[in-house]
Ligand binder design. Structure first.
Ligand code: HEC
Ligand code: HEC
Ligand code: HEC
Ligand code: HEC
Length: 187
């Protein structure tokens, strides 16, 4: 293409065409990125590397698998932050798992998970503690205050007592509730 043509009267359309193409590419790109991020957050994405691990079955068998309330909680609901920037950062950390996936001998086997469950669970728990179990609190919004009447008395009492403590002395959800979605290793 002759660049001078851009400035010719008839080339006005070329500039317009370029602008239109630019906007279309931008919009498509934007949605493609959203789609990719969305796709990479589905259970399928997580299970693509963890495919031989019992993790998904464990979730389905747990209270978070849809039994009573018919809600199936997704991996990312618990494991990825909601804040977009923190989300991206955690994604990058997850992408480090790509390295682990390629280098850890026998990673995608149930035997590996069984053997390393305690260590992996503790790494996962570290994240929940660092965020005061924000992912849990995102759904469970009436644990500490304004509890529903249906909450067991004992649960209400334990939660209230915990909440009365000073913030730095308070326990976080996963300190008291382990294995809410997977079998937490005992001992
Ligand atoms: C590219 C492969 C891959 C994908 C995709 C993947 N993982 Fe993993 N995951 C791994 C590997 C490998 C490890 C062990 C890492 C290590 O110990 O070095 C791991 C460990 C974990 C752990 C325990 C340690 C920790 O970092 O907390 C959790 C939790 C976890 N994955 C959750 C998820 C979730 C949720 C998703 C989907 C958003 C996901 N994984 C997607 C490969 C993957
Ligand atoms: C996407 C929303 C969501 C997230 C995130 C979530 N939960 Fe839940 N949780 C639920 C639902 C729905 C139920 C089932 C409620 C029912 O059966 O009435 C439930 C049930 C529970 C129960 C009751 C278990 C039982 O046996 O009855 C506990 C305890 C619990 N969740 C703790 C947690 C903890 C700890 C986290 C964070 C690690 C968490 N939840 C994250 C939605 C969520
Ligand atoms: C100090 C310990 C402690 C902390 C911290 C704690 N819980 Fe509990 N929670 C309990 C006990 C004890 C029960 C009652 C026994 C049971 O059902 O497991 C309970 C019960 C529950 C129940 C079931 C309620 C019912 O009616 O049966 C849910 C849901 C729950 N907790 C969610 C959470 C979430 C989410 C957090 C964090 C915001 C949290 N808990 C923090 C101790 C705690
Ligand atoms: C309701 C919240 C919740 C959901 C849903 C959930 N996890 Fe977890 N996950 C946890 C918690 C909490 C831990 C820390 C250990 C524990 O308490 O069981 C954990 C631990 C893990 C670990 C470390 C090994 C282990 O078994 O402890 C892996 C890997 C993992 N999750 C992957 C997944 C994948 C993949 C999915 C989706 C199929 C998923 N999780 C769904 C809350 C959840």
């Amino acid at each position: 293409m002759n660049w001078r043509a851009l400035f010719k009267p008839s080339a006005k359309y070329s500039i317009l065409a370029l602008l239109v193409v630019g906007v279309v590419v931008g919009v498509v790109g934007y949605f493609a990125t959203q789609q990719t991020l969305h796709a990479t957050s589905s259970d399928e994405f997580c299970m693509s590397c963890h495919s031989n691990h019992s993790l998904k079955d464990e979730v389905l068998a747990s209270a978070h698998g849809g039994g009573r309330a018919g809600v199936t909680v997704q991996c990312q609901d618990c494991h990825l932050p909601h804040n977009p920037i923190k989300y991206m950062i955690k994604k990058i950390i997850v992408s480090k798992d790509l390295y682990g996936f390629l280098t850890i001998d026998g990673f995608n086997t149930q035997a590996w998970l069984d053997e390393n469950r305690k260590e992996q669970a503790d790494i996962a728990l570290k994240y929940f503690r660092a965020t005061d179990s924000a992912n849990c609190q995102h759904c469970h919004t009436r644990i500490y205050e304004n509890q529903p009447d249906t909450m067991k008395k004992m649960a209400k009492r334990m939660h209230e007592r915990n909440f009365k403590k000073e913030a730095d002395k308070r326990k976080t959800c996963v300190d008291c509730h382990k294995g809410v979605a997977h079998v937490y290793p005992k001992g």
